[in-house]
Design a protein around this ligand. Structure first.
Ligand code: ITT
Length: 196
């Protein structure tokens, strides 16, 4: 089954190819080229569906999309759906990350809980499915590590011995992350669609 992936984020596309396409027999993921969706939803699920619907309508193919971000408890869940444009510059990972660190400079260690969230939407004809994966942890005080992307250098996942997500081996991240958890939930749906 050919499925179009509605993302312009090459890091996400890479994780979809290497984890999801590799684990679902018969699944071919192709890049989306077409009109840019307007991500004006207030939840990850709403935005993931907006992106998948636009790609499905434009290509006539089943479509996958991912809307994700980091949610900080002491900020009431922000940046959340605004993670990609937290600094005002969409996709500027360094600016987004440093703004968030600055905002939390006075927040003590015991109040730095945060989580990554990833919602994947799959739209195939009139059937729409969304799944969510969450990765709990806390926010660091300084950026550390060279792997991954986005907020990985300032996210300390629970149970990883204090390492930042960017210090984890990529294979480890791809086993335990919010996206890995969402992949595990969407995988059976895609497997079933591939055998229809
Ligand atoms: P598309 O909408 O084209 O898919 P995008 O990067 O704009 O790409 P989102 O709107 O979903 O995607 O924003 C996701 C934000 O969360 C962005 O700032 C990412 O850097 C960050 N993010 C998502 N997953 C992440 C991960 O696994 N590690 C670090 N940061 C992540």
């Amino acid at each position: 089954m050919r499925v179009v992936l509605a993302t312009h984020n090459s890091h996400k596309a890479d994780e979809f190819q290497r984890i999801l396409a590799a684990s679902v027999p018969g699944l071919e993921i192709v890049a989306y080229e077409g009109p840019e969706p307007v991500e004006d939803g207030v939840t990850f699920a709403a935005n993931a569906l907006i992106k998948a619907r636009v790609a499905a309508a434009h290509t006539g193919l089943p479509a996958l999309a991912d809307d994700s971000g980091i949610c900080v408890d002491v900020l009431g869940g922000a940046p959340g759906v605004f993670s990609a444009r937290w600094s005002g510059r969409h996709g500027d990972d360094a600016a987004n990350l440093h703004l968030l660190l600055d905002q939390l400079v006075d927040v003590p260690d015991e109040h730095r809980a945060a989580h990554f969230s990833c919602t994947i939407a799959f739209v195939s004809g009139s059937t729409e499915t969304t799944v969510e994966g969450v990765w709990p942890g806390e926010l660091a005080r300084v950026a550390r590590g060279d792997n991954g992307f986005g907020y990985d250098p300032i996210f300390l996942p629970a149970g990883e011995g204090g390492a930042s997500a960017a210090e984890l081996d990529p294979q480890r991240k791809n086993t335990v992350s919010h996206r890995a958890r969402a992949f595990a939930l969407i995988e059976p749906v895609l497997r079933a669609s591939c055998t229809d």
